[in-house]
Design a protein around this ligand. Structure first.
Ligand SMILES: [Zn+2]
Length: 390
C-alpha cells in the first residue's frame, strides 16, 4: 500500500514538472524610440540632468550598436520610413507607413504579435496617429493623412493606445476636430471594447488589476512639451509606460510594446535646446520604467533607439554668439545639479541629419546588438524574441 502511494506521488510529480516545462516562456519586447535623439541629445540630457559624471537610465543598456538610418528614398530618413524599418524590417520611402516603395502593404510586428495571441501597445507623446506609432498599425503612403490613419489603427486594434491627437478621432461637427466626416472614433473604440480616457485624472482612476483595452487621448494635438507644463492634465510618459506595462502584463503569452518620446525631434527642428533636453529626460524616465519591469521578470527584451538625429546637434562649453545655451541646472531642477558654467548646444540644420544613431538593448536577444547594423536589423531580432516568423 505504501509503495502504491509512493508510486502515485512520483507520477504526480512527473506530470506537474512536465506541464511546467511544456508551458512556453513568454515573449516580451519593449521598443523605446527617442525620435530625433542622436548621441548629442543623449549627452545633453545626461549632463543637464545629472552632471558630467551622471548616468541616464538608458545608459544601463550594455549591449550597444550603431545604427544606419537611410531610407529607400534618401540618405536622410524621416520618421515614417525609419519606423517602418523596425515595424516591418523593410526599407521604404520617406512618408510611407508600413508600405513597400511600390506601395504594397507590409505586415508589421504588431500585427504578427496580435495574431499570435500576444498583447500589443503603442504609447507616444505626439499624436497617436503620428509617423512612429502609425508605422506599426497603419498602412498608407502619406503619413500626413492622420484622420485615415486613426481609422486604420482602430481597425488593427492594439490593446493599449496612449498619446495625443484627439482631433483625428472626433466628429467634424465638434470644435477642434480635424476630421472631414462625422465618425466619432472614440465611440467606435468604446463599441470595440476599449475604455477611453482623456485626462491624467481619468487615467489614474482606472482599475488596472484586470485586462482591458485602453485608448487614451490626452490632447487634441501633441502632448505639450514637458518644459512648458504648468498645471497640465497630462500624464508623464513614464506614467503612460507604467500603465501600458501593467495592462499588457496580464497576458501570459507576452506582449509587444512601443513607447516613443516623440517631441525630442520637434524641439530639435526648432533648435530649442531646453525643450529637447527636457523631452529627452522625460523619455529616459519612461525607459527607467521599462528597465525596472525587465529586471523584475528577466524575460523582456528592452531596446532604446532613435529613428534619426535631428538638428545636427553638438554639445560642449566653447560657446560663441548665436548658439543656444542652457543652464546645466535648468533641466528637472529636482536633480539638484549645480554647475558654474553653461552647457552650450550648437546646431547645423533645422532638419534631420544622417549620422548613425545608437541602439542599446537588455534582456533576451540583446546579444545581437553589437557593431554597426542597419535599422532594418531590429525587426528580425524582435520577431525572434517573440518566437514569430515573417
Ligand atoms: Zn523630424
Amino acid at each position: 500500500m505504501r509503495l502504491k502511494a509512493l508510486f502515485c506521488w512520483v507520477v504526480a510529480l512527473y506530470l506537474v514538472t512536465a506541464m511546467g516545462c511544456a508551458k512556453a516562456r513568454p515573449g516580451k519586447v519593449i521598443l523605446f524610440v527617442g525620435d530625433g535623439m542622436g548621441l548629442a541629445q543623449r549627452e545633453a540630457a545626461r549632463v543637464a540632468g545629472f552632471g558630467p559624471a551622471g548616468r541616464l537610465a538608458m545608459d544601463q543598456l550594455e549591449q550597444i550598436s550603431l545604427v544606419t538610418t537611410y531610407s529607400a528614398s534618401g540618405y536622410t530618413t524621416d520618421s515614417a520610413a525609419g519606423a517602418t524599418a523596425w515595424s516591418a524590417g523593410c526599407k521604404t520611402n520617406n512618408r510611407f507607413l508600413a508600405m513597400s516603395p511600390d506601395s504594397t502593404a507590409v505586415r508589421t510586428i504588431l500585427e504578427y504579435a496580435r495574431d499570435a495571441g500576444y498583447s500589443t501597445g503603442l504609447v507616444t507623446t505626439t499624436t497617436l496617429t503620428h509617423a512612429t506609432p502609425a508605422a506599426f498599425a497603419a498602412h498608407i503612403s502619406d503619413r500626413g493623412a492622420e484622420a485615415q490613419i486613426a481609422e486604420q489603427m482602430l481597425a488593427t486594434g492594439p490593446d493599449v493606445m496612449l498619446g495625443g491627437g484627439r482631433s483625428f478621432w472626433m466628429p467634424k461637427s465638434q470644435t477642434g476636430s480635424k476630421r472631414e466626416d462625422e465618425r466619432d472614433l472614440r465611440a467606435e473604440a468604446r463599441s470595440a471594447g476599449y475604455e477611453v480616457v482623456q485626462s491624467a485624472g481619468e487615467l489614474s482612476r482606472l482599475d488596472l488589476s484586470r485586462p482591458r483595452r485602453l485608448l487614451g487621448l490626452f490632447a487634441e494635438g501633441h502632448l505639450p512639451y514637458r518644459y512648458d507644463w504648468q498645471d497640465e492634465q497630462v500624464p508623464e510618459l513614464a506614467a503612460l509606460t507604467r500603465t501600458a506595462l501593467e495592462l499588457l502584463d496580464h497576458n501570459e503569452r507576452g506582449f509587444f510594446l512601443m513607447v516613443e518620446g516623440g517631441r525630442i525631434d520637434h524641439a530639435c527642428h526648432n533648435n530649442d535646446a531646453n525643450r529637447a533636453v527636457w523631452e529627452a529626460i522625460a523619455f529616459d524616465q519612461a525607459v527607467a520604467e521599462g528597465i525596472q519591469y525587465a529586471r523584475r521578470w528577466n524575460d523582456t527584451l528592452v531596446i532604446v533607439v532613435a529613428d534619426h538625429e535631428t538638428g545636427g546637434m553638438s554639445v560642449g562649453t566653447g560657446c560663441y554668439s548665436g548658439f543656444a545655451q542652457i543652464p546645466r541646472q535648468g533641466a528637472f531642477p529636482e536633480h539638484g545639479v549645480q554647475l558654474d558654467s553653461l552647457l552650450c548646444i550648437s546646431w547645423t540644420t533645422k532638419s534631420h541629419s544622417a549620422i548613425p544613431v545608437i541602439a542599446g538593448a537588455l534582456g533576451p536577444g540583446s546579444g545581437h546588438f553589437r557593431g554597426l547594423v542597419d535599422n532594418t536589423a531590429l525587426f528580425p531580432v524582435m520577431m525572434e524574441t517573440l518566437g514569430l516568423r515573417p
